[in-house]
Design a binder for this molecule. Structure first.
Ligand code: KIV
Length: 279
């Protein structure tokens, strides 16, 4: 069954947790879709995990459209959410609507996601008025890394927590269909979840949200270096990949690969004839 804005809302209402993962390509999206994940996010995290940038800021609309279209071809039932990259919606409302439209029309997304609270409500309203569902994103919003002075947990003071709560209500009022809560204290996320009628999807926001999202390279052990406290490795695919690649190198060098089972045969008569001609 296709996941939609309505089914996600029903999941919140019935207490059935929403599962969302990031994906950036056809093959991964197809596997996730077969597993029954509710939603796939083409995050601008692709800047780091797919393109090797230091943060999400260099990601362009063309990057997002390209990867969104690949995911959309692989996913039949998951609700597809595409991130609006840095500077694709901040400058003016017209840009925001046009760029959101590209992610739907050229990328095949079901919704777009953008970062920010009160300051982007005008954009949310305009995009929703164009019949495009919008997922908001509050808390540790990576496009604000320079303004935050690093990737830091948000909403830890009374003033900042109140601002987040207020932003959450404002984006809901503006028409957002869901909100990602990233890098905020669990009790604050739980309070926001209780006070909103739209689903909250947490990442580093504890267990009290209506759903969870993780970057797939993080949850499959495909990233190197230190990972954030909230990351759980559900399967160490990175180690399996390294093992497989080492085995391939070793077997190719020794000639163990390809063996007969991976080789096409031809009748001896054909070869005899060819040898005769070879002289
Ligand atoms: O870009 C991304 O992957 C995201 C998630 C971390 C929520 O926005």
């Amino acid at each position: 069954m296709k996941n939609t804005v309505l089914t996600l809302l029903q999941q919140k209402q019935s207490g059935d947790k929403i599962t969302m993962l990031t994906a950036y390509d056809f093959t991964t999206a197809r596997i996730m879709d077969e597993c029954g994940v509710n939603a796939i996010l083409i995050g601008d995290s692709l800047g780091m995990v797919m393109l090797g940038y230091e943060n999400t800021l260099p990601v362009t609309m063309d990057d997002m459209v390209h990867h969104t279209a690949a995911v959309a071809r692989g996913a039949e039932n998951a609700f597809i959410v595409a991130d609006m990259p840095f500077m694709s919606y901040q400058v003016c409302v017209q840009d925001a609507v046009r760029n959101a439209g590209r992610l739907i029309q050229e990328g095949g997304a079901n919704a777009v996601k953008l970062e920010g609270g009160a300051e982007v409500c005008e954009q949310i309203r305009a995009i929703v008025n164009a019949s495009i569902p919008v997922v908001a994103h509050l808390g540790l919003t990576p496009q604000s890394v320079n303004a935050f002075g690093g990737f830091k947990v948000q909403g830890k003071s009374v003033e900042k927590a109140k601002k987040l709560l207020d932003d959450a209500k404002k984006i809901q009022e503006a028409g957002a269909c869901a909100v990602v809560l990233e890098g905020i204290p669990a009790k604050l996320a739980e309070m926001i979840t209780r006070q909103l009628s739209i689903p909250t999807i947490g990442i580093g926001a504890g267990n009290g949200c209506d759903g969870q999202v993780l970057v797939y390279q993080d949850m499959l052990g495909l990233t190197t270096g230190a990972t954030a406290k909230f990351v759980k490795c559900f399967a160490d695919v990175g180690t399996l990949m390294r093992q497989g690649i080492h085995d391939y190198i070793q077997q190719t060098k020794t000639g163990a690969f390809p063996s007969e089972e991976h080789t096409y045969a031809v009748s001896d008569d054909v070869i005899t004839e060819l040898i005769k001609e070879e002289g």
